[in-house]
Design a protein around this ligand. Sequence first.
Ligand SMILES: [Zn+2]
Length: 294
Amino acid sequence: MASDGYRSLQEIQKKIFDFGKFTIEAHFNPGRIISSSAKVDSKSISDRPCFLCPKNLPPEQKALKIVGEYILLVNPFPIFDKHFTIPVVTHRPQLIYKEIESMLDISFMLGSKYSVFYNGPKCGASAPDHLHFQAGNFGYMKIDSEYESIVNSFGQTIQSNEKCRTISVTGCLRNFLSIESNDKKEIIKEFYKIYDVLMKDEDEPLLNIICRYDEKWRLMIFPRTKHRPSHFFEEGEGKYLISPAAVDLGGVLIFPREEDFKRINKELITDIFKQVTFSDDEFNKIINRLNDKK
Ligand SMILES: [Zn+2]
């Protein structure tokens, strides 16, 4: 399964879209059809055997114990050349609140060669019932290499002290927040402020998170308004099978159907991001609420 998956990566077709100070890539990756079209309603989830529970893993699947209850597995349906799934060994829901420290620890352990990411239960996780992170080789997502220039062009420091800096980034299609620090406690404290401001009447705010450790952590938080854009639900011409998650917000949009990939253009990319993330106005209100908290 895994060798088929990794072999198929060599045939991936790519298109690069230049947005001036940043780029977005579109990938045609038929191997991701199951993940992108996954039914994640509670009935479909409870009717299927959980593919992250140790008892349901393929017998060939080996695991490395890494942090606490977390194990590192090869992802047999890869997006990255090196793609890991990092679940806990017990079956419990995908919720970040108590796990943010583990995410930082995993990122620290994997080091600068990997980005670790989290997809919220309603933001692209195909196993919303089983707590997990993923990791992929650093440099694959556009945001990995463009982060500094994006922050320089679009970022605004909204909090800083000698230990920690929080930045809001507006105007690069998907508005996001980033916390930079080598002090784990500081980063967690800042993360909770953001989490609280985003929290509504739900299990957790809609979000994706991308983390990397290279002498310090940088934790990018992408608040979301929606799970899937309208294109996902259209019939006929208007349909595009796309279900944005952390990798897409990281600048690599994954299209599992060739007919969608062929038609992709800048307007469509802009519309997809616009639908699933906060507008500049709404995002600025979030920043204001964050500033009020200080
Ligand atoms: Zn499970």
